[in-house]
Design a protein. Structure first.
Length: 130
């Protein structure tokens, strides 16, 4: 079996997606890598299991996990696979919160609007994420 992928890191965090990248394992287990398995777990639910979010070929070392819930927190892990089996996982060191890269959640329903002859102004209550 291969070793664990190295240097798992977040390449990008968006309001509904996370992009991960990593390096191939140092040890291939004596057989060429056949691919990678990417999984996620909901960090807000105690005992939440791991769900497969992607299977990649051996040449691909980045993955965009999409269709995530804005504001939710997730753990991610990546394992390498070959003919001998699946190696140990490499996990994110902390839970990742899915959020807008600008530090704001998506705008809510407008709280008031003003109409003028040539334009309409909308005002939203923004929720800051820290």
């Amino acid at each position: 079996m291969p070793g664990a992928p190295a240097s798992l890191r977040l390449a990008a965090v968006q309001r509904d997606a996370v992009t991960l990248s990593w390096e191939p394992p140092q040890w291939d287990g004596g057989a060429p890598l056949s691919g990678y398995l990417v999984e996620r777990s909901d960090a807000t639910r105690a005992g939440a299991g791991w769900a497969t979010v992607g299977r990649l070929d051996a040449a691909t070392t980045t993955f965009r996990a999409d269709k995530l819930l804005e504001g939710a927190r997730y753990h991610f892990r990546v394992t390498a696979e070959n003919a001998a089996g699946t190696g140990p996982p490499t996990e994110t060191t902390h839970a990742v919160q899915v959020k807008s890269p600008f530090g704001l959640l998506s705008p809510s329903v407008p709280r008031k609007a003003r109409a003028y002859v040539s334009c309409v102004l909308h005002f939203w209550n923004h929720t800051h994420v820290f």
